[in-house]
Write a protein that binds this ligand. Structure first.
Ligand SMILES: [Zn+2]
Ligand SMILES: [Zn+2]
Length: 322
């Protein structure tokens, strides 16, 4: 499995000479795996990082794009109207997301492509879009197979099939072994909207990637959250605010601190931790400070030197082998 960081900035995209090393695109994370059907791209979120990602897909003649939305805040959606796929006849875009107060992925697309905010109305593009409501987060699992495609299953049905070694049904009544799949678990984060964290388990290799953004620092560590993150080979989390900023100004904004990221990663026995959702006002040197804060805290609480060394701050266009 490989993870491409196409957008790692939080809140709003930025461009400035002192924000070059980490970049200014908002959240868009590519997940690539042999378990995903050939000719399909998979992104978590469609912030402005989606624009270079879809350029890269189209350069390789990949017309199918799946987007797993964490939530509909602007910084996680604004890349889609300027991305390549919505305007190409051969393209097919599947958007997966939560539905809150009657607003699901279909309605979000309707808001994004709507005059006078954007000159093209969604009605003229709708035939290229397929939207999917994820339902109650925590009750379902999304299973991806190279031939079977994408299929949502009830978590209890999945667990029963896994325990008994049964194959899972996909569309067109075909069945495939779980061991050939990319299994995507979901967890509801603590944020002002109904927000999802995704855990990707590549069952062919046993490798695990967890992406947790727009999640507030909580008091304590809920057992189901630790379970969701547990054993990740790569864990990327929102560490937007320094401890002092959080405690004096930004508590309740729905974001975490480097210190909290380290503690959650440590409790969850994560191998590599990446900080993301960098503050739009943070210069490169300030992101360096968040990273130093994370490493200092990891040392203070007795994490292994190997883990301390492995903590990093995510940067646009970075690629990581999980
Ligand atoms: Zn955000
Ligand atoms: Zn948000």
């Amino acid at each position: 499995m490989e993870v491409g960081m196409w957008g790692t900035r939080g809140s709003v995209s930025v461009s400035s000479p002192d924000k070059v090393r980490y970049g200014g695109n908002t959240t868009c994370i590519e997940v690539s795996s042999d378990c995903i059907p050939k000719g399909h791209g998979l992104a978590v979120d469609c912030g402005t990082g989606l624009i270079p990602y879809t350029d890269s897909l189209l350069g390789r003649k990949i017309w199918n794009l799946d987007v797993l939305m964490t939530h509909p805040h602007h910084d996680h959606t604004m890349g889609l109207p300027l991305a390549g796929h919505p305007f190409i006849d051969a393209a097919r875009i599947n958007v997966w997301g939560t539905n809150e107060h009657g607003i699901g992925p279909k309605e979000v697309m309707g808001y994004l492509f709507k005059p006078p905010f954007f000159p093209v109305h969604f009605a003229s593009l709708r035939h290229r879009f397929f939207t999917h409501n994820l339902g109650v987060i925590g009750t379902q699992v999304l299973v991806i197979h190279p031939v079977g495609g994408y299929q949502l299953h009830q978590a209890d049905v999945f667990k029963r099939a896994e325990a008994t070694g049964q194959q899972l049904p996909f569309k067109s009544n075909k069945r495939f072994p779980i061991g050939e799949c990319l299994v995507v678990w979901m967890y509801r984060t603590l944020h002002p909207e109904y927000t999802v964290s995704y855990r990707f388990e590549e069952r062919t290799t046993g490798r695990i990637f967890v992406f947790l953004t727009d999640h507030e620092r909580t008091a304590g560590f809920p057992a189901d959250l630790v379970r969701h993150v547990h054993g990740a080979h790569l864990f990327v989390q929102d560490g937007q605010y320094s401890k002092i900023t959080y405690e004096t100004r930004t508590a309740g904004f729905g974001h975490a601190t480097p210190e909290y990221c380290v503690e959650l990663a440590n409790l969850s026995e994560v191998e590599v931790l990446g900080l993301t959702h960098h503050d739009p006002r943070a210069k490169d040197t300030m992101v360096d400070e968040r990273l130093a804060e994370a490493k200092a805290h990891a040392e203070k609480i007795g994490c292994s030197p190997k883990f301390v060394e492995a903590i990093f701050a995510c940067a646009d266009y970075q690629r990581l082998v999980v």
